[in-house]
Design a protein. Structure first.
Length: 285
């Protein structure tokens, strides 16, 4: 578990939006909070109202309290920590705790009854694994794969075809996690059989293998490559378009702190939340 504790003042506009949005939530009760957040379909529009049913009327900026827990895909670490800091800055009595891991592992924990308030996954398939334990999950971002190598690219990797070279050390995510499932799709689309040396437990582990030089190349999300900066060399490839992953988020049906959970989800779905996501390299619906 990682705990976000240092408020960030750099996004003061986000705190103001929280105040306005939460006041509207209090005025409207559980009617249509979050409606229009995704613009995908009528079902998505209803997601906010379905998840807000247990929110209290005093869930305004500054009034949220407690210790809500957010389960989120490893690739969301940076942006969710930043958004958690923003929510806590507006609510001094609130402490948001995060658990970042592979989406499949988080889904298993939810299905086993682990206490959490929010679940965010890196694919629709992993969100489907929890069924109605999450209320009306909404797509809030997208992500694609890129190739990363150590900064000096010792293997001379230029594209996806190099992943078939048995002389190179190659890492991809395990297929049961979203980044691994996406990798399998791109190899199928390219008609390639990769020579994989390491199957990483999540995208963060795959990125670490490349940045530390333990492998010559790995497949990771574009957002993780961006966060690594000069520690890696990033190579885009056209087949990545065949495996675009959707990120979904929703409030758990049995969320212990439903008001805070909904406030966090609303922040993720807000225009300001979208700005944070885009800055980190995510696509938005």
């Amino acid at each position: 578990m990682s705990r976000a504790t240092s408020p960030r003042a750099s996004r003061a506009g986000l705190a103001a939006v929280l105040a306005v949005g939460a006041l509207a939530l209090a005025a409207c009760g559980s009617g249509d909070a979050g409606s229009g957040a995704t613009g995908n379909s009528d079902a998505a529009t209803d997601a906010g109202s379905g998840a807000t049913g247990g929110a209290t009327d005093d869930a305004t900026a500054g009034d949220l309290s407690g210790d809500p827990t957010v389960f989120a895909a490893a690739s969301l670490n940076g942006v969710f920590t930043e958004l958690g800091d923003t929510l806590m800055a507006a609510n001094p009595d609130l402490t948001v705790t995060f658990s970042f891991a592979a989406s499949s592992a988080l889904a298993e924990q939810v299905n086993s009854g682990a206490p959490a308030d929010v679940l965010a996954t890196a694919s629709a398939a992993t969100m489907e694994q929890v069924g109605d334990l999450v209320v009306d999950p909404v797509t809030f971002a997208t992500n694609t794969l890129v190739i990363v190598t150590p900064a000096d690219n010792p293997g001379g990797v230029t594209g996806l075809a190099d992943f078939t070279n048995p002389d190179l050390r190659i890492a991809v995510c395990a297929e049961e996690v979203p980044c691994g499932a996406a990798a399998a799709k791109v190899f199928t689309a390219a008609g390639l059989t990769p020579s994989v040396d390491t199957y990483a437990e999540n995208v963060t582990a795959a990125l670490t293998l490349a940045s530390t030089g333990e492998v010559d190349a790995a497949l990771v999300y574009a957002t993780d490559a961006l966060s690594a900066g000069d520690a890696v060399t990033t190579i885009e490839f056209p087949e990545a378009a065949e495996a675009v992953n959707a990120n979904l988020v929703g409030v758990l049906a049995d969320a212990p702190n439903r008001a805070a959970a909904q406030a966090f989800v609303d922040l993720v779905l807000s225009p300001e939340g979208a700005d944070v996501l885009r800055s980190a390299g995510f696509g938005t619906p």
